[in-house]
Design a protein around this ligand. Structure first.
Ligand code: SF4
Ligand code: SF4
Length: 442
C-alpha cells in the first residue's frame, strides 16, 4: 500500500477537520488531524485498518504496484483521441464594433479580415468531412465580434444543421461576443439552435464604461444589461465572464450587487485573470495581473451572493483545454486552420489552409504534430505535479509565449492549492462549516 501521488491535503488546524482530495479520482476523503499527520509524514502503517479501508476506497491509498502515471496517460489519451465528438471555433471576422481601450487587435485594425462567402463554404465542407461518424458537433463563433456580420455565422449554422439533422449528429453552438449587437431578430435566430452565449463585463459600471467603449467613446454597460434582459425574456442560455485585474478587482462587488438587484442572482459567472490564459485574455492590459489568492476569493464572494460559479481549472476534463483534443480546430477569416483560438496571432502555429474542396492544404507538419501530440506527461514539471489530472499542462499557447515551446508547463504557479481550497469550500461547504480560509492549511 502506498500514498497516491495525486493527494491534495487540506486541514483546518483550529477545528481539526481535514480532507484529502484526489485529483485523479476527483474523490474526497474526510480525515482528522491525526490521520493528516500520519499521511503527511509517510507513516501509513500506523493508520487503523478501518481508516485504511476508507482511504483505499477514495484511492488516497493505492496498491504498491500501481503506476498512476501510466494510468493517467491512458485516461488522458482516451479523452484526447476520443472520436465521439468534434468541435470548431470559427472566426467570421477580426473586425469589431467596439474600441475597447485595451484591445490587442487595435479594434480590428491589426487583423482586419472578414470571412468571404467562398471561405465560409470551404469551412462548412471541412467541418462536414470531420464530423462524419461523430455523435456530436460543437461550433463556437469568436472574433473580433462574430455578430458584426450575422449572415456569416447563421449562414454557416444553417448549412451545418441540415447536415447534422440528416446524419443524426447532435449540434450545439456558442457565441463569444461583446454582446452589444444582439437584437430581437438575432435572438430569434439563435433559438433555432442549441446555444450558449458568453457576455463579458469588465467590472462596475464606471470601470466597464471607461474601457469597453464604442467607436464614439460611449460606454456599453447599460447596453449589456439590456441585452441580458432580452436573453432572460427569451430563454436564451448565457453566462457572464468578468475580466479581472488589479485595477478592477475592488469594483467587482458593485457589479455583482447590480446584477443581483436586476434579478440576475443564480446566473453563472466566471472570473478570468487578465494575462493568465491567453484565450481568456488576448486583451492584455498594461495594468498588473491579479494574484491567484485574490482571484479565487471572488468565486467565494459570488457564491455567497447566490451566483453559480466554479473556480477555473477544477473539474476540467482530463485532457484540459479543448485545443489539445485531437478533433477540435479553429478556422480564421482567411480559411487558415489552427488548434487554438488565440493562435491566429502566431502564424507558426497554423496547420494549413482550406482549399476549394474543403481539405487542408499547405500543411505545416511541425505545428500539426506538436499540437496534436502535446502531452503533459511528457513535460517534466507536469509529471511531478499533483494537479496534473485537473490541469493537463495548462494553456499551451501561454507555455509557448513564456518558454518558446508548447511542450512546457502553461501555469504561472505550480501550486493550484488555493483554487482547490476555494473549490472545496464552494462545493462542499458542510465539510468546513465554521472554518475560514485563514485556518485551513494546504
Ligand atoms: S501546467 Fe503547472 S499546474 Fe498544470 S500540471 Fe503542469 S506543472 Fe502542474
Ligand atoms: S491553448 Fe491556451 S489560448 Fe489556446 S485555446 Fe487552449 S487555453 Fe486557450
Amino acid at each position: 500500500m502506498k500514498e497516491s501521488r495525486y493527494n491534495i491535503y487540506l486541514l483546518d488546524e483550529k477545528e481539526k477537520k481535514g480532507l484529502i482530495y484526489n485529483s485523479m479520482q476527483r474523490s474526497i476523503v474526510h480525515i482528522d488531524d491525526e490521520v493528516y499527520n500520519l499521511m503527511r509524514s509517510g507513516r501509513i502503517e500506523e493508520i487503523s485498518d478501518d481508516v485504511t479501508d476508507v482511504l483505499k476506497q477514495g484511492r488516497a491509498l493505492i496498491d504498491e504496484n500501481q503506476d498512476e502515471l501510466q494510468i493517467l496517460k491512458i485516461m488522458f489519451n482516451r479523452a484526447k483521441f476520443s472520436a465521439l465528438s468534434t468541435g470548431f471555433t470559427i472566426i467570421p471576422t477580426h473586425l469589431c464594433n467596439l474600441a475597447c481601450t485595451y484591445c490587442y487587435q487595435g479594434h480590428g485594425d491589426v487583423m482586419g479580415k472578414t470571412m468571404s462567402t467562398e471561405t465560409a463554404r470551404r469551412a462548412v465542407e471541412f467541418i462536414k468531412k470531420n464530423a462524419v461518424g461523430r455523435k456530436s458537433l460543437g461550433i463556437n463563433f469568436y472574433g473580433g465580434e462574430p455578430l458584426l456580420f450575422p449572415d456569416i455565422p447563421f449562414g454557416i449554422l444553417e448549412q451545418i444543421k441540415q447536415f447534422t439533422d440528416e446524419n443524426g449528429i447532435y449540434l450545439s453552438t456558442s457565441f463569444t461576443s461583446n454582446g452589444t449587437l444582439f437584437t430581437e431578430e438575432i435572438v430569434k435566430n439563435l433559438k433555432d439552435f442549441e446555444h450558449e452565449v458568453q457576455i463579458t463585463f469588465c467590472g462596475s459600471r464606471e470601470v466597464h464604461d471607461a474601457v469597453r467603449v464604442d467607436k464614439k467613446g460611449n460606454g456599453t454597460y447599460e447596453r449589456l444589461m439590456d441585452v441580458i434582459s432580452l436573453f432572460r425574456d427569451n430563454d436564451i442560455r448565457f453566462h457572464i465572464r468578468v475580466d479581472i485585474d488589479q485595477e478592477n478587482y475592488h469594483t467587482i462587488s458593485s457589479l455583482l450587487e447590480d446584477l443581483s438587484q436586476r434579478g440576475f442572482g443564480g446566473l453563472y459567472i466566471g472570473f478570468c485573470p487578465i494575462g493568465k490564459d491567453i484565450c481568456y485574455t488576448e486583451m492584455e492590459r498594461d495594468s498588473g495581473r491579479i494574484d491567484l489568492v485574490s482571484l479565487t476569493r471572488l468565486f467565494k464572494v459570488a457564491h455567497d451572493m447566490g451566483f453559480r460559479t466554479n473556480p477555473i481549472y477544477i473539474q476540467n476534463f482530463i485532457e484540459g483545454c479543448a485545443a489539445i483534443k485531437d478533433a477540435f480546430l479553429a478556422i480564421d477569416p482567411d480559411g487558415d486552420v489552427y488548434k487554438c483560438i488565440a493562435a491566429p496571432n502566431y502564424k507558426e502555429h497554423r496547420f494549413g489552409t482550406l482549399d476549394e474542396s474543403g481539405n487542408l492544404s499547405n500543411v505545416n507538419y511541425d505545428a500539426f504534430c506538436s499540437w496534436t501530440l502535446r502531452d503533459p506527461l511528457l513535460i517534466e514539471e507536469c509529471v511531478q505535479c499533483k494537479f496534473a489530472p485537473i490541469c493537463a499542462g495548462g494553456c499551451a499557447l501561454s507555455a509557448y509565449s513564456k518558454h518558446g515551446s508548447i511542450m512546457s508547463p502553461g501555469c504561472d504557479e505550480k501550486d493550484l492549492g488555493e483554487i482547490m481550497r476555494t473549490y472545496i469550500m464552494l462545493k462542499h461547504p458542510e465539510l468546513f462549516e465554521g472554518c475560514s480560509y485563514e485556518s485551513i492549511v494546504l
